[in-house]
Write a protein that binds this ligand. Structure first.
Ligand SMILES: O=CCCCC(=O)O
Length: 429
């Protein structure tokens, strides 16, 4: 592929797009949301074909994407110059678009992840090159077509069917000004190193192994229903899903059987059937990896609460393991239908268990006591803390990680500024 041709056309397009008023860009976003509504079923079928998510969840992904686009289409213009009072008669902060931004995006939410990065960046006046996961090239093509169908100028959004090796060439091109990556820690570290070497901004949204803390004073019957739904959505392949269920010892006997029963009601079935709650994993090698992690955890002393059972090359009956501190599996993300159960004796111990991992993306705590909730809000090392609910992203609220879960902000009004150049204008005219 002639990358220079794509980069040059993106750059040409940027010259006009950066001058297009914010409100004009927003009008096109409204049309983009309509295109998503219109093609919802087609896009959902492509997603399910490419990565085997249950069809109802693929439809929900498109609906959520359209909702997010409408949020930005109606958002206040946060890029207006801000006036600051100084001794000069002009003191302002401006936010200029950066230019071409590369998106390196994963297969688990083939439309949502791409659009949630691209839409605020485009609204800020940038243009996008996408390197999608290789199993989701068709989703990438459809997103490119959706921008065209909505009436965006040519080359505002280009899907490049390329491999990882080309990322280096793109980031070395001086016309490319930043990169946003959602993916593994390893991929994030490699791409951010390249960006850093070339002095380019990066945003990283990486893995998680989030705690779902259930205290004895909570509505734990509800937690026993919401927990499995959070963990097993998208067949357990969600960065910010609950992955470690940390339960107060006083409710172990009541909570755990209810939780296991509900969890076990998620059984793999045809992803194209509307009622299916658990699909197949995206690729057989990812299923191999999960099975290896299961064996490793057991080898280091984990106990089986519900056996993980592989029933085809990329399908499992979901499993739960009980893990104690020190098991090396706690340093890893389990990306599939395998959950960790831990028991803690009090809030201090539970907090320690929750924080004692490399990641911190979307922890949740269940309690009816405001003081105890505040203790966890103040002390969890996490990009998001959810109270009495499963973690999920919301277009209106910032999304990002702590520690090895990444840096930078997606979603909310803050994301509009993420790929802009802050320009200070000061003096007398
Ligand atoms: O893997 C990360 C998925 C993010 C899902 C969300 O935005 O809720």
């Amino acid at each position: 592929m002639d990358l220079t041709k794509h980069i040059d056309s993106a750059h040409q397009s940027f010259q006009d797009w950066r001058k297009t008023p914010f409100e004009e860009r927003q009008k096109l976003l409204l049309k983009l949301a309509d295109v998503l509504d219109k093609n919802k079923q087609t896009y959902a079928e492509i997603i399910t074909t490419e990565m085997h998510k249950p069809i109802s969840q693929s439809i929900a992904e498109i609906e959520k994407s359209a909702g997010m686009i409408r949020f930005y289409a109606n958002a206040e213009n946060v890029l207006k110059p801000e006036k600051i009072t100084t001794e000069f008669n002009v003191s302002e902060v401006h936010y200029d678009a950066l230019g071409i931004i590369l998106g390196v995006m994963p297969w688990n939410f083939p439309f949502w992840q791409v659009l949630r990065f691209a839409v605020p960046a485009i609204l800020a006046g940038n243009v996008i090159l996408l390197k999608h996961a290789s199993i989701c090239f068709e989703s990438g093509d459809e997103i490119e077509k959706a921008f065209a169908e909505a009436g965006f100028p040519k080359y505002i959004f280009q899907n490049l069917r390329i491999g990882h090796n080309e990322i280096k060439d793109i980031l070395e091109n001086p016309l490319v000004r930043g990169v946003s990556l959602t993916g593994s820690e390893k991929a994030g570290s490699e791409v951010a190193s390249l960006a850093g070497k070339n002095i380019k901004k990066s945003v990283l949204e990486l893995g998680g192994s989030d705690a779902f803390i259930v205290l004895e004073d909570s509505d734990y019957e509800k937690a026993a229903i919401d927990g499995p739904a959070g963990k097993l959505q998208n067949t357990g392949q969600v960065c910010n899903a609950a992955k470690r269920f940390i339960v107060h010892q006083d409710i172990e006997k009541e909570f755990v059987p209810k939780f296991v029963e509900e969890y076990n009601s998620y059984q793999p079935a045809d992803p194209f059937k509307k009622e299916t709650k658990l699909g197949k994993m995206a690729r057989p090698d990812l299923a191999d990896e999960l099975e290896d992690q299961y064996k490793k955890a057991l080898k280091h002393g984990a106990e089986v609460v519900l056996a993980l059972e592989r029933i085809s090359e990329n399908e499992f009956r979901p499993g739960i393991i009980r893990v104690k501190e020190g098991n090396p599996i706690l340093q890893e993300e389990l990306f599939g239908p395998l959950a960790i159960l831990m028991i803690g004796k009090d809030d201090d111990e539970i907090l320690k268990l929750a924080n004692d991992i490399p990641f911190g993306l979307g922890n949740a705590v269940w309690t009816k006591d405001k003081k105890r909730a505040q203790f966890f809000i103040d002390n969890l090392e996490s990009g998001t803390v959810s109270i009495n609910k499963s973690t999920s992203s919301d277009a209106r609220l910032p999304f990002g990680g702590a520690k090895s879960s990444g840096y930078g902000v997606e979603l909310s009004l803050m994301a509009i500024k993420e790929f802009t150049q802050v320009k200070t204008v000061v003096g007398n005219i």
